[in-house]
Structures are given as structure tokens and as C-alpha cells.
Ligand binder design. Sequence first.
Ligand SMILES: *Cc1c(COP(=O)(O)O)cnc(C)c1O
Length: 233
Amino acid sequence: MPGVPDAADDLEEVSANLRGVQERIGLAARKAGRAPDSVTLVAVSKTHSPPRIEAALRAGHRCFGENRVQEAQMKWPDLRTSYPDLRLHLIGPLQTNKVKDAVQLFDVIETLDRPKLAAALAEQMTRSNRRLQCFIQVNTGDEPQKAGIAPKDADGFIRACIEIYGLPVIGLMCIPPLDEPPALHFALLREMARRHSLPELSMGMSADFEEAIRFGATYVRVGTGVFGSRTAA
Ligand SMILES: *Cc1c(COP(=O)(O)O)cnc(C)c1O
């Protein structure tokens, strides 16, 4: 049928997007004097359907991000059966009543941002005998409506997550304010990670991932650049 996208169109478009983004990641890394494979692309598949996600999987991509536990539960168990080596990151806020489902479904939690959640995650990981890598989300812009630990509380919280809750914290994550140049926020996050000897930095999205790489990002979260617009149905 003309005009109606099918699986072959999805595959062609998503593969081309993935190649383009990976190429830009590689260039940005080399410009920063880093190895291209020091940056992992998290393909953000929120709102996109399983067939479209499967196009990325068939193109060989394995690392994905979702922002809602419930949406991810509907989409990912089947995909995981077909592609057991995929890695799924939770990049949206996590309510404590969803911790059990999140620990079962995800491989990485990027949005650890408060003591109550740290305690719930630690308990559930023990209970289910699973160790999910965690990023601590820092609200670098101190925006009241945004998730993430406030910068002034971050050092203490990072220490508590590691020393008190015993969580496998591998790095920090941030989402800079929309209306500010992101560089200052990327630099702040890098400095904070350095203080705590945390090796990973999740920062940079479709609009600014190259700049994030310049500031040391090891994970970039790219949705639109890989899957296209989320509003066009
Ligand atoms: C949606 C989302 C992204 C990807 O945004 P794009 O601009 O589409 O690349 C990255 N990080 C988080 C936390 C998101 O919610």
C-alpha cells in the first residue's frame, strides 16, 4: 500500500538514523580525543511501537531507554525473548510502588534520586537476587518541577547510595533545563562524578549529545534522532 509504512520501511529508516547518530557520536568522541566506543548510545524508544523498536534490534542495536515502567512492561518482555542480549535503561521517574516491576524488567536504573527510592531498590534487588546498575539523577538546574537530587544534597546522597544502601552506582545522569545552554550543567555533572570516582556520565539528548560528549558523556540518550518525531502519529 503506498504511503503506509511497513516493516521494510521502518528497518530502512531506523537503520539509517542509527548509522547517522553513531557516526556523529564517533566524530564527537574523536574530536574530544576519546575512543568512539567510549560512548554508548541509549536509543530512547518511549511512545514507539514494538515493530519500530524491532527495526532497531534487527539493525543490530541493543541498548534502549524507556521512561515509563507500565509502557515498558507492555512492549519489552516479548522483544527480550527474541533478543535476550538487549539492555534496557529506565530513564524516567520511578515511583516506589513500581520498584518491583522495574527491577524485574530493566537492566539499568538512571533515575535514582531520593533516599526512599534507594532503600526500596536495595531491598527489592536483594529480594529478587538482581543487581541493576544505577545512575543517580542530579537536578543540575535546581528546577522545582524536575526529578533528580538537588545539587546541594547530591554529594551526601551519592555517598549514602553506595555506603549505606550498597547500590551498584556506576555514574550520574542529568537533564539540563530547556532554556539554558547545557554546557554548564554537563560540566557540573562531570565534576561531581569525578569527586566520587564514578566512571559513567549519562547526558546529552538528540539536540545536544555532541556537546555532552565533549564534556565526557559515556552514555547519550537519543530518541528523536533514532526513531523520528514522537508527535507525528
Ligand atoms: C525522551 C528523553 C530523551 C530523548 O529525547 P530526544 O530529544 O528525543 O532525543 C532523553 N532522556 C530522557 C530522560 C528522556 O525522557
